[in-house]
Structures are given as C-alpha cells and as structure tokens.
Design a protein around this ligand. Structure first.
Ligand code: DQA
Length: 146
C-alpha cells in the first residue's frame, strides 16, 4: 500500500466555515496534516474533494485501477447516490478496502441522514468522531488483520 485515497464529497471544501457547531472549525488542510502525521511515512495521503458526483465516481475507478485503498466521506451523496454506491461496490468487489466516514453522527441528525446507500457496499463505517473518524479509518487500514 503506497498511498491511501481520502475522498470527500460535496460541501466538504467549506469545512472550517461550514456549520462549525456540527463539523468543527478546522479545514481540509488541517485534516490532511493530521492524516499525514498519523501515517508517519508508512503511506502517502492523497486527499481530494469535489462537489461533482461524476468526478467522485471517476476517482473510485482510479482506486480500482491503481489498487489503492479508499477512505470516503460521501457527504450528502451518502443518502441518495446509487451511482456512487455502484462505483464504491467496484472497489470492494475488487478486494480493496473502502471505509465510509462521517465527521458528524448522521444517525443523531435529521431522518433523511439516517439512510446510507453506501454502507451496504463499504468495508466498514466510522461516524461521529470529527476528524477522528478519518484517523480511525486510517488506523484500521494500517493495522494488519484489521
Ligand atoms: C457528513 C454527513 C452528511 O449527512 C452531510 O451531508 C455532509 C457531511 C459528515 O461528514 O458528517 O455533508 O457526511
């Protein structure tokens, strides 16, 4: 495992100023720094964000084609994107781990957030720990035997 793709969906580019009561006051740069520190040179962190569903799907194809594990925060796509689900399934069906993460705990929020169409094809799900959700996902990927 040379690198880990850390993929972020819509509106996560606004972390830092977006609903800080829910998502905290740190931005994606701080997340990348935290994950790079956690990786401690064992893997490189390739962190990306897009508001575009097609682009996010193309990055999942790239994960398959390059055999790269994925940490995915699908953001609002979590709740309705069957296209993203099918692309996520390509990753896990290829035998690669894909960990779904959320900064908040969607189950403690509005009813529409209680459904994830991604979880059923993910390797695992971590939610509710702020940026710690990503860090825990990285620890899981880097821990032999899970
Ligand atoms: C989120 C939760 C989603 O419901 C929401 O649409 C997001 C962020 C989270 O990280 O807590 O954009 O995925």
């Amino acid at each position: 495992m040379a690198s880990v793709l850390v993929l972020n969906g819509p509106n996560l580019g606004r972390l830092g100023s977006r609903e800080p009561d829910v998502y905290g006051s740190q931005d994606l740069g701080a997340l990348e720094a935290a994950l790079t520190a956690e990786a401690a040179g064992r893997v490189s962190i390739d962190l990306r964000q897009t508001n575009d569903e097609a682009e996010l799907i193309s990055w999942l194809y790239e994960a398959v084609d390059t055999a790269t594990p994925v940490i995915l925060n699908p953001a609002a796509f979590t709740h309705y994107s069957y296209g993203l689900r099918d692309a996520a399934a390509l990753v896990t069906k290829a035998g690669l781990p894909l960990i779904e993460v959320h900064i908040s705990n969607p189950h403690a929020r509005e009813t529409f957030r209680h459904t994830s169409v991604i979880s059923g094809v993910a390797t695992g799900v971590i939610a509710g720990f702020g940026f710690g959700s990503y860090r825990l996902a990285l620890v899981a990927l880097l821990t032999p035997g899970g």
